[in-house]
Write a protein that binds this ligand. Structure first.
Ligand code: WTA
Length: 630
């Protein structure tokens, strides 16, 4: 059964209902799922603590809602189509029945390794169907998965293993990415020198040589070899944890965002069907990696709960050439295509030639996610990829929101370039000024908050509830604060303006400035550093680092290269600063606070009108920084 909306008036009507009677609204949607026991209370909430419970007392397993439910109607329909990195390698297709059997076999294998309900399992894998199998098998036996993007370093991986006290790591020997073959197991080995787990299961993908530790490391194909394709799903409570996903914030180390079972299930399916207007038989493709929330909600859970065919792509947009995305669209007759503005801008740079010659007529809907899409990229996407006939759904949401919050419903909501347009049913947005005063009416700009719970919202930050409270629920009393700036225009449409905190968004990946600074400071010659974002043509934002160092006998060039390496080692290549400027000092106030406003301006290329610098301890330092600008 589908809860798809079909018209603008239908959307407006449902939206009103979702606000006036939220519990009735969500109970009706939730009733179309399979619950072993129906819930007692639809919603209990308190944003002060915060404490939010959806469908309390309900018993279910999310994978039963994917498999046992779909097997009646489309057991032989493709669940996952996998497109490998190398176009000459064979595509793999898993039907719902085949995926079900793989999940069951792997569920049994996990159990035989002693993994039980409530245990944490780290998934550090490339984009192969087994990564989805791994997630679903955890969900089936009630283990809590935490997927770590396979581009993160050993040190970042170790931190996450330690933070969630993981019992096992699921990984692969290596990873094909474009022309490169990347070691994966070797990174896990390095992480496990610092952190420890009981078992490691290794999927063979690249056949490269790896070391296997006796008694701890096992091959995937061996552990599943004799397992049954039947498995009785564990009974979970609505509010049992489904997964932890680490994400960067404005302070310190990444935090583990916790999502629970019932609400996440209801919201990801509902939002998937409505935003993308998925119809049975369509092929849907989201280009994200499963290491990010987009991969969780809109490659795996949302589409599979909706009985969709979801395409999983192992490679990169420019391998073997910049036409790869469009070749894949033609090859698999993709109907809905969902990617990030950074990919669009990167491909835009190659012109339209790589698009031409590919038949893109199957496309019905184009999606965008992860960062604000600039008007130029929007038009390019619309004209050259969508041939002017595919609505663009610019979807605003976050790791913490679990699902899409603000977006057009494809073909229903009139779009406007660079606008995420209107909230989904159930999402009560508000804009507040710096003092927390709600700005009513249209034509206003401020900070984006959400004032009523929605089913897939963050419940806590793993092992540190206080941090969840401080980060999201304390800035403005009684509201969830998103960290984003927003404008509501005269039509009541929302345009996301970007982060207002110390989070930068590099190629759609979230990075905390403090996190990058901490990594830079690990270099033995670094005395102090300050990191800011600056506008970058392709990445949206680039990372600009101002660093005070003891030069010893290094050249600036050497030192800059070493610092980049250090960051790569500590976080991963995605956090490498684009520009590093060695400075004699930082603009600090007399109380020792760095005036980032000035650093942001210089990084942006603005060298005049620095505003009031009279409170600086040493105003001359600003001149020196401007002179040495990169
Ligand atoms: C940004 C990704 C503008 C925003 C799903 C948010 C966007 C952060 C959009 C969350 C969009 C995401 N328009 N900005 N359509 N989508 N963002 O947790 O700043 O990786 O707070 O989740 O990305 O990033 P995250």
């Amino acid at each position: 059964m589908s809860d798809r909306l079909h018209t603008l008036s239908g959307y407006l009507y449902e939206y009103q209902k979702s606000v006036s009677q939220p519990e009735e609204f969500w109970a009706r949607i939730a009733d179309s799922f399979f619950w072993r026991k129906r819930w007692n209370k639809t919603l209990e909430w308190n944003f002060e603590k915060p404490d939010v419970k959806w469908f309390a007392g309900g018993k279910l397993n999310i994978t039963e809602n994917i498999f046992e439910r779909q097997l009646f109607t489309h057991a032989d329909q493709a669940a996952i189509i996998w497109e490998p990195n190398d176009p000459n390698e064979e595509t793999r297709t898993l039907t719902y029945r085949e995926l079900y059997e793989e999940v069951n076999r792997f569920s049994n294998a996990l159990k035989s390794k002693g993994i039980q309900k409530g245990d944490r399992v780290i998934i550090y894998m490339p984009m192969v169907p087994e990564a989805a199998v791994a997630m679903l098998a955890c969900a089936r036996i009630g283990a809590i998965h935490s997927v770590v993007f396979a581009g993160f370093s050993a040190s970042a991986l170790a931190d996450r293993i330690i933070d969630c006290k993981a019992k096992a790591v699921l990984t692969s020997d290596g990873n094909f990415r474009g022309a490169k073959k990347i070691p994966v197991k070797a990174v896990v080995d390095e992480a496990l020198e610092k952190a420890s787990v009981e078992s490691v299961i290794v999927y063979q993908r690249t056949n490269q040589e790896v070391t296997m530790k006796e008694g701890r490391d096992f091959w995937w194909h061996e552990v599943v070899a004799n397992e049954s394709t039947e498995n009785k799903a564990e009974e979970m409570d609505s509010e049992d944890m489904l997964f932890i996903l680490y994400t960067s914030g404005s302070t310190g180390k990444p935090k583990g965002v916790v999502h629970t079972t019932g609400g996440y299930m209801v919201y990801t399916k509902y939002s998937f069907e409505n935003v993308f207007q998925y119809s049975p038989g369509d092929v849907y493709w989201c280009t994200a990696d499963i290491g990010w929330i987009t991969g969780h909600s809109y490659i795996v859970y949302g589409p599979l709960l909706a009985g969709a065919t979801t395409l999983m792509f192992e490679g990169v947009p420019t391998f073997p050439d910049a036409g790869r995305f469009w070749q894949v669209v033609e090859k698999h007759q993709v109907n809905q295509f969902y990617t990030a503005p950074t990919a669009i801008r990167a491909l835009q740079a190659y012109g339209t030639e790589p698009i031409e010659g590919n038949d893109l007529s199957s496309l019905k809907v184009l999606g965008s996610v992860g960062e604000p899409i600039n008007e130029e990229a929007w038009h390019w996407y619309h004209t050259h990829v969508g041939k002017g006939k595919c609505p663009i759904v610019d979807t605003w949401w976050q790791t913490e929101t679990g699902g899409i919050m603000v977006s057009p419903l494809a073909g229903i909501t009139p779009t406007k370039p660079a606008y995420a347009t209107l909230p989904l049913p159930g999402i009560q947005l508000t804009i507040v000024d710096a003092d927390g005063k709600e700005l009513t009416g249209n034509g206003v700009e401020g900070n984006l908050c959400i004032k009523f719970p929605w089913p897939s919202m963050i419940r806590t930050t793993y092992g540190d509830h206080e941090r969840c409270k401080q980060t999201y629920f304390s800035t403005y009393k009684g509201m969830y604060f998103t960290g984003d700036g927003v404008k509501r225009d005269h039509d009541g449409y929302y345009r996301i303006l970007g982060r207002v905190d110390d989070v930068i968004n590099v190629s759609g990946h979230r990075m905390g400035t403090a996190e990058v600074e901490n990594a830079i400071n690990e270099h033995p010659l670094v005395i102090e550093s300050a990191v800011v974002g600056y506008p970058h043509e392709v990445k949206g934002q680039g990372i600009y680092a101002y660093v005070i160092c003891d030069m010893k006998n290094r050249t600036e060039e050497n030192l800059v290269a070493e610092i980049k390496d250090t960051v790569s080692k500590i976080i991963g290549p995605i956090a490498k600063p684009d520009k590093i400027q060695i400075v004699p000092g930082l603009p600090k106030t007399r109380s020792g606070k760095i005036m980032r406003r000035i650093l942001r301006k210089v990084a942006e290329g603005i060298t005049e009108n620095m505003g009031d610098t009279s409170t600086l301890l040493d105003p001359e330092v600003v001149e020196k920084i401007i002179e040495g600008r990169k």
